[in-house]
Ligand binder design. Structure first.
Ligand SMILES: Nc1nc2c(ncn2[C@@H]2O[C@H](COP(=O)(O)OP(=O)(O)O)[C@@H](O)[C@H]2O)c(=O)[nH]1
Ligand SMILES: [Mg+2]
Length: 325
């Protein structure tokens, strides 16, 4: 080692040896490079310092990248619509998913059992609706993707806990957290703004002691804001009603097709938006129909029996359509 190293350099060298963080190590190496006497005898040392600085910088950059790549979840849509379970820790979300679908979420009486989204398919008659169980909405866990999934869904089941002694406080906190994350809840069937999610309140654990009173209090405060459906996942109370509510939230209708002279095909419905016309439905059945549709006949639950309808006629849930090109 050349003898003419400065005290500044030696101090920086000491600092490097004592450094415990990458930032401190980098600062010390840079100080060493700045203070090392620049002459032929230290050329190798200078080059070595530059290499170590570059390597450390690169390592720190890579670490930063890894820290930024936080987990992000997205659930591919399946079925007629995507509905999310939203609620405070322990409110009963996973139990509802387990009761309505074949999914097998972990259910426990401690919070934050559910950490990643879990989807299942819930049947309502002949319609399959995707239901997603989510980690709880709480001030302790604010993962951006959680709110992204909620905002991107077709609707939310806001699960409130009838066994929670502070059900009103918990609900208020929940709605405030959602609103702060640009997910305002609005009753289903209304035009939806970019920051709004159609929602109903599912008042869970109706079987628990004192639940009936809690339900009355809850309805008094929140009943005018969102529809409230009490359920018990454990005792199977109102679960069929819940499936129906989910279907209605989606604002969709089922339309069946029928070929002239044949029985209608009732095996698989066409799922269409509410407010779809005969012509639009024809396009979904087959694009040739949309181009060459001459007329259609309609059957509607006992009211209408094969009546000729125009292209602009609006369809309703359960309609059977016979298209003539
Ligand atoms: N009595 C009663 N308890 C329930 C019901 N649903 C869930 N629980 C209980 O509430 C706790 C939390 O349920 P879980 O579904 O994991 O809630 P999550 O954290 O919102 O997913 C568990 O101890 C469940 O057994 C219900 O319908 N009735
Ligand atoms: Mg859960």
């Amino acid at each position: 080692m050349p003898a003419n190293l400065t005290p500044e350099y030696l101090a920086a060298d000491r600092k490097f040896k004592e450094a415990t963080t990458p930032q401190a190590k980098l600062a010390a190496l840079e100080a060493m490079l700045a203070t090392i006497p620049k002459h032929k005898g230290t050329e190798k040392m200078q080059a070595d310092l530059k290499r170590r600085i570059a390597k450390l910088r690169e390592q720190m950059q890579r670490k930063k990248g890894a820290a930024r790549a936080r987990p992000f979840f997205h659930v591919e849509r399946e079925g007629a619509g995507q509905i999310v379970l939203v609620g405070a820790p322990n409110s009963g979300k996973s139990s509802i998913l387990a009761a309505l679908t074949n999914a097998e979420p972990e259910i426990a009486d401690y919070p934050f059992t559910t950490r990643v989204p879990l989807a299942g398919m819930a049947a309502y008659e002949d319609v399959q609706i995707q239901l997603i169980d989510l980690p709880p909405v709480s001030s302790e866990l604010t993962e951006g993707w959680l709110y992204a999934i909620i905002r991107g869904s077709d609707g939310a089941l806001v699960v409130v806990d009838l066994a929670d002694e502070d059900i009103l406080g918990s609900t208020e906190r929940l709605l405030a957290l959602l609103a702060a994350a640009n997910a305002e809840l609005l009753p289903p069937g209304r035009p939806r703004g970019p920051k709004e999610v159609p929602a109903i309140c599912v008042a869970a654990k109706l079987d628990s002691p004192g639940a009936a009173d809690a339900l009355e209090v809850f309805k008094e405060f929140y009943g005018s804001r969102l529809p409230v459906l009490p359920v018990s996942a454990e005792q199977d109370v109102n679960l069929t009603e819940l499936r129906k509510n989910m279907f209605q939230m989606l604002n969709i209708i089922r339309v069946y097709s029928k070929k002239p002279g044949k029985k209608p095909d009732l095996s698989v419905p066409f799922i269409l938006k509410r407010g779809t016309s005969v012509l639009e439905a024809a396009g979904v059945v087959h694009k040739d129909f949309a181009e060459h549709l001459r007329y259609a006949r309609l059957w509607r639950r006992g009211e209408i029996e094969g009546q000729m309808v125009g292209r602009d006629h609006l369809l309703e849930d359960g309609d059977i359509l016979e298209l003539h090109a």
